[in-house]
Design a protein. Structure first.
Length: 135
């Protein structure tokens, strides 16, 4: 999962103030607690087994800048989540409250892959339930 700094924080530069540093810390805490806003249906008995969270700063060339087009610094967050489920056959849905956690995010594309199907679902609401059963 990747989230731009602007969507997560509301700014696109390296943090400069204590308030901006706190905002970065909040994003890291939200990702670390993914089991609170990303839940599978209860019957599957899934739990967050592992996660990796990184705040990355990358530099890109600003095409609108005057020559020599200095690079601009942009923050981004990357996270990976591993869930363990006791009953895979009971796995039916994923409740996703990502937009509720990051109100600047207007849509999330969820790549749903099962043994019998592959599709993308676009989530545009603060709380959504994504079906994991084949169409």
């Amino acid at each position: 999962f990747e989230l731009s700094g602007n969507d997560a924080l509301g700014f696109t530069h390296r943090q400069r103030t204590a308030a901006e540093e706190d905002a970065v810390d909040r994003v890291m805490r939200v990702f670390a607690a993914a089991g609170d806003w990303m839940r599978f249906n209860a019957e599957a008995k899934c739990r967050l087994a592992a996660n990796s969270v990184a705040a990355n700063i990358y530099r890109v060339i600003d095409p609108d800048a005057p020559p020599p087009r200095p690079p601009i610094t942009k923050p981004a967050f990357e996270a990976g989540f591993t869930f363990t489920c006791e009953s895979i056959p009971a796995l039916r849905s994923l409740d996703l409250a990502l937009i509720a956690q990051f109100p600047r995010v207007h849509q999330v594309i969820v790549d749903v892959r099962t043994p019998s199907s592959h599709r993308a679902e676009i989530v545009t609401t603060p709380n959504a339930t994504i079906s994991l059963t084949p169409d």
